[in-house]
Design a protein around this ligand. Sequence first.
Ligand code: NAP
Length: 271
Amino acid sequence: MRIDQHSVLYAVIGHPLGHTLSPVMHNRAFEATGENAVYMAFETDRLADALNGMRALGIRGCSVTLPFKTAVMPLLDDIDPLARAIGAVNTIVNRGGRLAGYNTDAAGALAAVREVMEPSGRRVVILGAGGAARAAGFALKEAGASLTIANRTPEKGKALALALNATFAPIDDLRGLPADLLIQATPVGMHPRQERCPLDEALIQAPVVMELIYNPRETRLLEIARRKGAAVIPGLRMFIHQGAAQFRLWTGKEPPLEAMEAAVLAALEHP
Ligand code: NAP
């Protein structure tokens, strides 16, 4: 990779960033498409200062991760309507000093689902009511799915269901609830506690099961779903597609999906 006086800088801001795979994914994408650009991880708790630095130094784009996805919104100049509806921004585009916020988690979730099924008219159960569940829920609602939200804390689950014009179900009531697609959007089963599974085996019944966790590549939940004959969508698919949507916003080019996936897989295998 050549870095010179014309190189364009991109970054991820948040904390902690110790496990982020965005730099390997985006740097491989820049390399594969011949972009003279570099992507760095800036772990910071000084959000406003980081945005001023972005403006001052001409950092062309940023990924925004925990804990800033909502807090960043009042500090931006423009916000895409979908990101505003979701209430979270994970991507910033710097257009000559004006910072615009987008949410590519939503597009990433939808693209990952569409690799396996068209969600219009389908019954989708989402387990979880945090930021990722919210982004996936808005995208699927817009695509015409009918949604049920199940969550450990009923108040949060009901609030998300209300925002999505969806129904709420306590987790135990998922038994027998007809669903075409189950989306697992909690951190239960994530590295280093990959022996965990957020649902009893009997509740994993849908013919298509999507996981949002991408480390490990195949969670216990996906193992069970696969054994039961379901089609599975690993969390890596959403991760790659949300990054691909960022790449499009930043460069206007088509993202090199295979190269991006290969970079992330190599990083997962050799952390
Ligand atoms: P979040 O905002 O903190 O929400 C976490 C959700 O999980 C909440 O609904 C919470 O329920 C539930 N939860 C947490 N611990 C639980 C437990 N022990 N048992 C049952 N439910 C539990 O997190 P997030 O940002 O939405 O992220 C969720 C997952 O999605 C993470 O694993 C993250 O890595 C993944 N993710 C993946 C992508 C991707 O591109 N593949 C993108 C974004 C996020 P309560 O309301 O009861 O607390």
